[in-house]
Design a protein around this ligand. Structure first.
Ligand SMILES: [Cu+2]
Length: 373
């Protein structure tokens, strides 16, 4: 059995008395909040030991190679997982736990955005107890949120300061992927420029082979593209859902398990990299606010069936905002590798859980509170 600590339970236990009352009410209503018991089914012993077999297959299986990259076919998954374990074992100080701020950065008046990022492998606390041997953009999971506008110029450089090849794939770009999304080896950089054509919530990720391993180990984030004419004023937040597939701890650090990734049954599912973080520290807005949520499913595999308990979405944009809004929506699915823009109007005060209503995943940490005061 995986020696998973119970961070989700501690989140709930440290909540306020009013929250305890709410949790009790939620429980009576059948809203399954995440507790340690939810993880009991994620025992490593339940799963076949597929890692070696899978790894041995990598060199023969063209499906898991990255067609966007000139360099990736030289690397199989065993090299990657070994690097992860070494990265965790070399005594690197883990990055401390913190709440990942979901507030969308303000729009810039600049029409050119110059980004110089690093790819790194570094241990990160995803709960106060759990440390993962993450692969990252800018030493965080998710990486930084980019905000720009349709027609802006994004000048991007990725420098690989890690131990294995990495790359960058922006879903907001229309660009030659072989040239721009190619992998770079440690110590080298890749640069490219693009101009987003469509507004919306877009994913970015490392596309190095095997892509599943690089996304699954933390290399993803959000790029939010505003339409030429601003949307209605709103409180704006970014929620990037992702899954964690972990090995048992070694020296207090859990690496990522490629075999589990292939089996697609995660240990945790999180918004913005930390399971249940917004249970302990909710997102707060005021009565009367319009709330706009940019929801991205980073995966690597699963969608997000996004729902806010006790609310209805005033709008969900099917096209690039403001195009094709649908009204009065209860739940809408954000596909893996996709992003959707949701809006609701906070007419009444209360504590509203936002969840992945695919509750097998909501209960593993894809849940939080929107508190309307
Ligand atoms: Cu990578």
């Amino acid at each position: 059995m995986t020696d998973l600590p119970p961070p989700l339970l501690s989140d709930v236990v440290t909540a306020s008395s009013s929250r305890r009352a709410f949790l009790g009410k939620a429980s009576r209503l059948g809203i399954a909040l995440p507790i340690a018991g939810a993880l009991a089914g994620c025992q490593r012993g339940d799963e076949p030991n597929r890692g070696d077999t899978v790894a041995a297959q990598q060199g023969r299986d063209p499906l898991i190679q990255n067609p966007n990259s000139r360099l990736d076919t030289a690397h199989d998954v065993r090299a990657h997982t070994t690097s992860t374990a070494e990265g965790a074992a070399t005594g690197m100080q883990p990055i401390a736990y913190r709440r990942w701020d979901p507030v969308l950065p303000p729009a810039s008046s600049n029409r050119t955005h110059r980004l110089a990022w690093s790819a790194t492998e570094v241990p990160i606390h995803i709960t106060p107890e759990v440390v993962v041997a993450a692969w990252t953009f800018e030493s965080d999971v998710p990486g930084p949120t980019v905000r720009c506008r349709v027609g802006d110029t994004v000048e991007f450089t990725l420098t690989n300061r890690g131990k294995i090849p990495h790359s960058m794939d922006f879903h907001a770009a229309q660009i030659d992927p072989k040239a721009s999304f190619r992998s770079v080896v440690p110590g080298e950089s890749v640069s490219f420029t693009f101009q987003p054509k469509y507004a919306g919530a877009f994913k970015y990720h490392c596309g190095s082979a095997p892509v599943l391993m690089h996304i699954g180990s933390g290399m993803y984030g959000a790029i939010i593209v505003d339409p030429p004419a601003p949307l209605a004023s709103a409180k704006e937040f970014v929620l990037v859902q992702s899954e964690y597939y972990l090995t048992p701890p070694s020296s207090g650090v859990q690496a990522f398990d490629y075999g589990k990734m292939l089996s697609t049954m995660p240990d945790y599912v999180a918004f913005n990299g930390r399971p249940s973080q917004y249970i302990a520290e909710p997102i707060r807005v005021k009565v009367g606010d319009r709330v706009r949520l940019y929801v991205i499913s980073a995966g690597p595999t699963h969608p997000c069936h996004f729902h806010v308990v006790g609310e209805q979405f005033d709008r969900v944009y099917l096209g690039a905002p403001p195009e094709v809004p649908i009204r009065g929506v209860q739940t809408f699915t954000v596909p893996a590798g996709g992003g959707m823009v949701f809006e609701l109007v906070c007419d009444i005060p209360g504590e509203f859980p936002f969840v992945n209503h695919g509750f097998g995943h909501g209960q593993k940490g894809a849940i939080g509170f929107l508190v309307v005061e």
